[in-house]
Structures are given as structure tokens and as C-alpha cells.
Design a protein around this ligand. Structure first.
Ligand SMILES: Cc1cc2nc3c(=O)[nH]c(=O)nc-3n(C[C@H](O)[C@H](O)[C@H](O)COP(=O)(O)O)c2cc1C
Length: 464
């Protein structure tokens, strides 16, 4: 590009010189003619004479100089520095996204990630962040939570941003539109969002097709990363292919919730590193009632049976997690913990959005909108529930902490409250790709500052 511009500039300069010479010649000739000494006809005058002002030439020259100089300098910096630049450069588009309707902005972001128009993280994750959960290796514990890529359109692009794992969905068995728009509302000053999407989903068949097309690739990548030697792993190595979670929802009109989740497991679990039964969205009537002791027990039993009756290879079936709400009483939490322990649920995600409106948002008129509140005002509520659940389950079940994380310090607090892995959505929607490397670096600093050698050592530190 810079070379093309330079050539164009040089060509334009030579044209300019020729024109100037011709003009001078004409000027001299005419002067002579005027005194009656010339008898030959005048030379042809160029038809179109490009006019360049001095200022224009100066700007073009400076621009090209900058381009060539910048390009030459960029070619001398290492890949990590260049990658850092790219991630930082994405901050420039944040104001543009903020200007758009939230759902349009979201759609654009997913499309960009699906087309690979997002930076790719080439820098290795800090080795202290690496961990293994459910026999799967996570290069870092920071995940993208469900709802961002509902239809698994952009898994590769999102994992490429440097998330340790990405959860797609919620996916419903039958495609459904969700609630009427507008249904996503920003509370920018509070770092929050209210949504009442109501499981807008293209359905399990469309998602299975997409994941099926990508799955072969993921398998290949997994194989090549597992051939990494010990030294590479110790040094942090190149971030692995990443872990994919599939989050299942139920159709609004479905009478048999268990049948919906079973259908989801039958169709999608072969593509997933872990599966999630989401019974905590506040926007599907009756869904949260499935968190009751008896309902949860019946549901989990049926879904586990559906998963276990399928043919699984050496790796075994994907772990099955349950995602719960932050609006639960102590009794509800005890019931869920009892069921999770009794049925050996593989993990819990704590939490989904809240129907409460903490004091920090009530001044904002948007807080009147119906729906689930996410982002910073959810942090304390969801972290307290996480802590309670870690204590109730005696640290025996891996927990994913979610709700209001917007910094490495927040992620660290969730880990100390009992989370082995963490997820975020809202802060990513506001902060964009640059937030991910920032959180990872900050989290590594927090662990090192407090003398931890790994994530495992810090899990539940505040509950002991
Ligand atoms: C617009 C939007 C859509 C969401 N859709 C889903 C969903 O389909 N399934 C789900 O389990 N959670 C969904 N969530 C909840 C998030 O996954 C997450 O649990 C919640 O936002 C709290 O995390 P955060 O504070 O980092 O955003 C959605 C959140 C938002 C903001």
C-alpha cells in the first residue's frame, strides 16, 4: 500500500515537472515570438494539467513518509508488540459502537468476529493462569459467557481473541424469535445492561450444522496442541485451541422442559467440551421454577441419562453444568447444592442476570425496564451467592463465577470466592477485545502479588 502510494506520488511529481518545463518553454517561446523573432509553430500544450498546491504536495509527502516510515518501523517490532497495538487499536471503534442501537452494535460485533475481522491473540498466556478442569486444559480461566454468540457463528474468532473458553447459546430446540425489540438496554454510566431477549435462537439444527462444520477443525487443533512438549507448556506455550461450552435453553411454548434439554444434549453434546442446562434466564416464564429441589432433581437425572446413553469415545461424555440465578434464597441454594452433590453434577455457573435493581442503578430511568440486569451492579450479589455455594458444596464441584467482572481484580475476587473459572459478557460488550489481555495480565499480577503459584491455590481462599 505504502509502495503503491509512493509510486503514485513519484509519478505525479514527474508529471508535475514535465508540465512545469513545458510551461516554462511556452513562456520563453511566447516572449520571443512577441518580439517577432520566432517563425516555427508553438509546441503542443498538454490537454489536462494537474494542479498541486504547495500545501497539498507537502501533506501528501508527509503522509507517504509517515506510511513508509511507520511500515518500516512496524516491520522491525516483534509480534507481541504488534499484537498489543492491534488490541489497543480496537478501542478506537468503541465510541462508534456506543453510538449504535445496542442490538445492532451486538450484531455487528458478532459478524465481525465471524468474518475474522478481529485481532488474533498471538501472545502466550501467563503460565500461572493455565489450569485443567474436567480433564480439559484451559490456557486461562477467562471465558465469554452465554448470550453473546447465541448461534455459534463466531466461535473461532472469539476464541482467537484470547478467551480461555467460549460458551455459545442459549440454544433452543425449535428456532424462535425471542421477545419484541427493543429488548437490550444500556446503563452505560453504571457499566450495566438490562436485557429481556427471551432466548432468540436459530435452534439446535442450525447450531449443530455450524458446530459440525467447525468440529473437525477443532479436533485437529486439539490433536496438534496435545503434541506440545512439556517445555512449551511450562513456558505458557501458544494459547491452545480453546474450550467450547454449549448452553441449552427451552422453547417458550414448550410444556416439557426436560424434553427440550434432552433434545439439546442429543443434538449438540458431541460438539461441546461442556454442556450447560440454563434454568436461570428471567425472560422465559416459569424457567426459574426448575431450580426447585424436586424439579431440578428430575430434570438433571433425565438430561444426565440422555447424555450417558449416547456412544462416547475415549474422552467420555462432556461434563454437564447447571447455570443458576443470583435471586435465590438460602433455602433455594441449599436445595440446589444438595441435588448437585447427590447427582454429581459436574459444575455450576453462578450466576445469570438479576431481576433485582440494586441502589446503584435506581437513579437511572432505564433501570425501570423489565429484564435481567448484568454488569458491575451484579458483582456483589453474584459473588455472595458464589461464596455460599462454594461452602455448601464443600469445594467439591467446580464453579464458574460470572456476574459483573470487568477487571483482573474482579476475576481474582471470584476465584477467591470459590470459582475455578470465570466468565463475563457486559464488560466485554463495553470494553471490546482490548479488555481480555488486560484482565489476564491483571489476574496474573494479583495471584503473584499474594504469593500463589497457580489458580487452584487461590480457589475459595476467602471461604476458609
Ligand atoms: C444481552 C444478553 C443476553 C444474554 N443471553 C443469555 C443466554 O442466552 N443464556 C444465558 O445463560 N445467559 C445469557 N446472558 C447472561 C450472561 O451470560 C451472564 O450470565 C450475565 O450477563 C452476567 O455476566 P456479566 O455481568 O459479565 O454480563 C445474557 C446476558 C446479556 C447481557
Amino acid at each position: 500500500m505504502a509502495t503503491r502510494l509512493a509510486l503514485k506520488f513519484m509519478k505525479q511529481c514527474s508529471t508535475y515537472r514535465k508540465v512545469k518545463l513545458n510551461n516554462n518553454f511556452r513562456h520563453n517561446f511566447c516572449t520571443d515570438a512577441s518580439v517577432g523573432t520566432a517563425r516555427t509553430p508553438p509546441p503542443p500544450i498538454p490537454k489536462k494539467v494537474p494542479q498541486f498546491s504547495k500545501k497539498g504536495r507537502l501533506f501528501t509527502g508527509a503522509g507517504i513518509g509517515l506510511l513508509i516510515g511507520g511500515g518500516a518501523y512496524a516491520s522491525t517490532v516483534d509480534e507481541a508488540t504488534f499484537c498489543g497495538w492491534l488490541f489497543n487499536a480496537t478501542k478506537l471503534v468503541n465510541p462508534f459502537f456506543a453510538f449504535l442501537d445496542p442490538e445492532v452494535a451486538h450484531r455487528l460485533a458478532v459478524s465481525a468476529a465471524a468474518r475474522g475481522w478481529v485481532p488474533i491473540e498471538k501472545r502466550p498466556d501467563p503460565p500461572i493462569l493455565e489450569l485443567e478442569v474436567w480433564g480439559r486444559r484451559f490456557s486461562n480461566p477467562i471465558g465469554l459467557s452465554a448470550g453473546f454468540d447465541k448461534n455459534a457463528e463466531a466461535v473461532e474468532g472469539l476464541l482467537g481473541l484470547g478467551f480461555g473458553f467460549v460458551e455459545v447459546g442459549s440454544v433452543t430446540p425449535v428456532p424462535q424469535e425471542g421477545n419484541p425489540k427493543p429488548r437490550i438496554f444500556r446503563l452505560r454510566n453504571e457499566g450495566a445492561i438490562i436485557n429481556r431477549c427471551g432466548f432468540n435462537s436459530e435452534g439446535i439444527v442450525a447450531v449443530a450444522k455450524r458446530l459440525g462444520a467447525q468440529h473437525g477443525k477443532r479436533k485437529l487443533e486439539t490433536t496438534s496442541s496435545s503434541s506440545m512438549n512439556e517445555e512449551e507448556v511450562v513456558q505458557g506455550g501458544k494459547a491452545g485451541p480453546g474450550i467450547l461450552g454449549v448452553n441449552l435453553g427451552k422453547n417458550k411454548t414448550s410444556e416439557d422442559a426436560a424434553a427440550d434439554y434432552v433434545q439439546g444434549v442429543h443434538t449438540l453434546s458431541q460438539y461441546a467440551d461442556y454442556m450447560v442446562i440454563n434454568i436461570s434466564s428471567p425472560n422465559t416464564p416459569g424457567l426459574r421454577q426448575l431450580q426447585g429441589r424436586k424439579q431440578l432433581k428430575d430434570l438433571v437425572k433425565k438430561v444426565q441419562a440422555a447424555r450417558d446413553e449416547m456412544q462416547w469415545g475415549e474422552e467420555g461424555p462432556p461434563p454437564l453444568l447447571v447455570k443458576i440465578a443470583p435471586d435465590l434464597s438460602k433455602q433455594d441454594l441449599e436445595d440446589i447444592a444438595a441435588v448437585a452433590l447427590a447427582l454429581r453434577v459436574d459444575g455450576l455457573i453462578i450466576s445469570n442476570t438479576t431481576i433485582q435493581r440494586p441502589n446503584s442503578v435506581t437513579q437511572n430511568p432505564v433501570s425501570q425496564e423489565t429484564g435481567g440486569l448484568s454488569g458491575q451492579p451484579l458483582f456483589t450479589l453474584s459473588t455472595n451467592i458464589l461464596k455460599d455455594m462454594y461452602i455448601l458444596t464443600k469445594g467439591r464441584i467446580p464453579l464458574i463465577g460470572c456476574g459483573g467482572i470487568s477487571s483482573g481484580e474482579d476475576a481474582y475476587k471470584k476465584i477467591r470466592a470459590g470459582a475455578t473459572l470465570v466468565q463475563l459478557y457486559t464488560a466485554f460488550a463495553y470494553g471490546g477485545p482490548a479488555l481480555i489481555p488486560k484482565i489476564k495480565v491483571e489476574l496474573a499480577e494479583c495471584l503473584e502479588r499474594d504469593g500463589y503459584k497457580s489458580i487452584y491455590e487461590a480457589v475459595g481462599a476467602d471461604c476458609r
